[in-house]
Write a protein that binds this ligand. Structure first.
Ligand code: ADP
Ligand code: MG
Length: 720
């Protein structure tokens, strides 16, 4: 520590009644770092010393009132101030007596005025140093005391802590002793129950084993349930009840209806758009509420890709992951329904076909008579132009009627099927060249005949007629013009296709003939009825509704099938499938020149009018004609005129003995006999059967002269 340390103030009290003295003292002592305090009387000095500690008092002796000596004595008398050094400053009392009095009063020194500055300064310096040292010692002491006190507090605290831990230790010890006692008791007790414990443990072990076995079984059955759920061929959904939030679906559900699992879980059927009809869902949930169980709920749902599917729903309530749920099984019956629909359609067509066939048969007989009579009459009225004109009208009307009846018969498949080999591409070209004459220039006809094999067995006239019908319909559907395309390709229809088809077709090679147009197309409703006879959307007089019915009949009669696709505003495609011929017969017979025939013909028919016409036509062709009105009569005539008869024309449908029976009997009596079957009506398969029995051919009613001539000359032709 050094003297100038600012840490310690060094206060000096100057006491004098004269301010000028104080000022001169102050001047001498300033600039030494002292704190100089003034007092102008002994009283003031006493007061100040009581308030503050001073290093030194410079005390004037002679002062009015209390003088310096008295002041010093009083300071010495007070323990608080008695240690403060006093230096008397005096002017007059240099006398030693006074000096002693001063020392008695407690002064430590004397300074006589005039004051020698150096002496004053050095004396003051000594006391200042003393004071500083004393203060330092005091501070140090104080610091030490503080330290001691601190240590003492710490010590006492540690002592307290020690005491506490000691008490705690004691407590713990007591506790331990208690526990030890307890343990001892327990050890004794457990020794007693040891056997008991062993028994319990064994029991537990058995129970755990049983539980594990049960758990294993449960796991196994859970796995097999999960497997069942997944491999089930039926789509299954588990959804909460009644909210309908889907919790689980099986793989089949995804496979059948396309919904990915992630997309479905946590959603309702409504959110997925699963229900085609929202009311159906309400009805379903209502039933679940009522009966908790539904079997065979017939409805429609939408697949992920927006397709409608017919399904039967089977549903029951169950607990699934602690939640009431519905287990819903979906049975997809779309295909079944479609088949049922088709079969119903086919059956309907069959019934209508039979009806139409029956009517057409009678019509045909009448028309044969009308046409025949008209042809014969021409010769008689050749010179009467008015009568000729009327006859022409009769012929025209009857021909038109015959055409219609022909279509009806084609539809009912009761018509006559001239089974020869037909080149489909030739038939198509012929049909197109006929169409070109009736079709507007706005319509383009195109062909794409790709099929390499195009021979089918059948009636070329009927097939051509079918193609014409399709072409004319296409024309009618394109009043503003467009394109009609005829195309062919070879296809193979396998057994799977044939079995699922409502048509009776056998697997094998087919030719597919399609007729496509870019016309108006058809709505679903129209499509459902197109093949029905008399179904037409055309104005009265423009459509008969028989065209497609005839096409349908012709194609089914040829053991083929037909399909149609159409889109309103886009167009329509009809596809015909005909089985290809195996082997090779003659192609379409070429029309021969009419030459006159010769020889005798037996004409058997129960209708008198047909016998008359037939006789006239045949005679006109050069034949000699024998007539019979029924089977028995025919047998009789044939037996008698056998030598003169080279051909029998036999009607199939006759009262009493049928045409077939007559045929059998005739062949029995003379195996070489030539018989031509004539009918407007025969059951399917009959033609083949009669051919097998020995018939030489068929003559379809109503027949024209040329047709009659051709059939007859074909049947007896190889005789010549
Ligand atoms: P018609 O031609 O006498 O009306 P069809 O049996 O030939 O009788 O046809 C029946 C109905 O089918 C037609 O009236 C028409 O509505 C519809 N149809 C047939 N072919 C087509 C086609 N190519 N485009 C549009 N509609 C057609
Ligand atoms: Mg038509």
């Amino acid at each position: 520590m050094n003297l100038t340390s600012p840490a310690i103030d060094i206060p000096i009290l100057m006491v004098d009644d004269r301010p000028e003295n104080l000022l001169s003292l102050e001047e001498l002592l300033s600039n030494h770092g002292y704190e100089l305090v003034r007092a102008s009387s002994g009283n003031e000095a006493l007061l100040l010393t009581l308030k503050q500690d001073f290093s030194l008092v410079l005390l004037d002796v002679q002062m009015p009132g209390m003088d310096g000596f008295e002041t010093a004595e009083l300071m010495r008398a007070n323990p608080k101030t008695k240690h403060i050094p006093i230096i008397f400053v005096t002017a007059g009392m240099k006398d030693i007596k006074f000096q002693f009095k001063g020392y008695d009063a407690g002064a430590v020194d004397y300074l006589a005025k005039p004051i020698e500055p150096l002496i004053l300064q050095s004396k003051v310096k000594i006391f200042a140093e003393l004071y500083r040292q004393r203060r330092e010692i005091e501070l140090h002491k104080h610091h030490l005391e503080e330290l001691v006190e601190l240590r003492t507090t710490e010590l006492s605290r540690s002592a307290d802590e020690l005491k506490t831990s000691n008490e705690q230790l004691l407590d713990r010890n007591r506790e331990l002793q208690a526990i030890e006692g307890l343990l001892r008791r327990q050890v004794i007790e457990s020794a007693e129950t040891h056997d008991q414990l062993l028994a319990t443990e064994e029991m537990l072990r058995v129970q755990i084993e049983e539980y594990q076995a049960a758990q294993k079984l449960l796991n196994e059955s859970n796995t097999s349930l999960q497997t069942l759920f997944d491999v089930s061929p039926l789509a299954i959904v588990v959804s909460s009840f009644p909210a309908g939030i889907i919790r689980e679906i099986n793989r089949t559900f995804t496979a059948d209806f396309g919904y990915p699992v992630d997309h479905v879980i946590g959603k309702t059927g409504v959110q997925l758009g699963l229900w085609s009809n929202f009311d159906e869902r309400k009805r379903f949930l209502g039933l679940m509420h009522e009966q908790q169980d539904i079997s065979g709920f017939d409805t429609e749902i939408k697949t992920f890709h927006g397709e409608n599917r017919s399904v039967l729903l089977y549903s029951t309530l169950m607990d699934f992951r602690n939640e009431p749920c519905m287990l819903i099984v979906f049975l997809d019956v779309t295909e079944q329904k479609r088949m049922e629909n088709q079969i119903r359609q086919t059956q309907k067509m069959d019934v209508i076909g039979q009806l139409a066939g029956g009517v057409a048969h009678d019509f045909n007989n009448m028309l044969t008579a009308i046409l025949g009579s008209a042809e014969l009459m021409i010769r008689h009225v050749q010179h009467d132009s008015a009568a000729m004109k009327l006859l022409g009208s009769i012929q025209k009307a009857a021909s038109r009627s015959a055409e219609l009846t022909g279509q009806l018969l084609a539809f009912s498949r009761k018509g006559h099927n001239n089974a020869v080999h037909v080149r489909v591409d030739t038939t198509i070209h012929e049909a197109i060249s006929l169409l070109e004459r009736t079709i507007d220039k706005k319509i383009t006809l195109k062909t794409k005949l790709i099929a390499k094999n195009y021979r089918v067995t059948g009636d070329p006239a009927l097939l051509q007629n079918a193609l014409l019908n399709l072409g004319l319909n296409a024309r009618d559907a394109m009043p503003e013009g467009g394109v009609i395309t005829f195309s062919t390709i070879n296809v193979e229809l396998d057994s799977k296709y044939c079995e699922s088809s409502p048509f009776s077709i056998t697997p094998g090679q087919f030719i597919e003939i399609s007729v496509a147009d870019t016309g108006t197309g058809m709505t679903k409703e129209i499509l459902q009825h197109v093949f029905e006879p008399f179904f037409t959307t055309k104005e009265v007089g423009k459509g008969t509704g028989l065209g497609l019915a005839a096409v349908y009949g012709t194609i089914t009669d040829h053991h083929g099938c037909i399909s149609v696709t159409s889109e309103p505003g886009v167009g329509t495609i009809f596809k015909l499938y005909l089985p290809l011929s195996i082997g090779h017969k003659n192609d379409t017979a070429s029309s021969e020149e009419l030459t006159r025939g010769s020889g005798g013909i037996l004409l058997v028919d129960d209708e008198e009018i047909l016998r008359t016409i037939g006789e006239a036509l045949l005679e006109d062709l050069g034949y000699r004609v024998y007539l019979a009105e029924d089977g028995e009569h025919a047998l009789e005539v044939y037996a008698r005129e056998k030598e003169n008869i080279s051909l029998v024309i036999l009607d199939m449908v006759m009262p009493r003995m049928s045409g077939k029976e007559t045929l059998i009997r005739l062949i029995e009596s003379s195996p070489d006999i030539r018989i031509l079957i004539s009918s407007g009506f025969h059951q399917e398969g009959t033609a083949d059967e009669l051919e097998r029995l020995g018939a030489k051919g068929f003559l379809r009613k109503p027949y024209l002269r040329q047709e009659l001539y051709k059939a007859v000359s074909d049947a007896i032709g190889d005789m010549k």
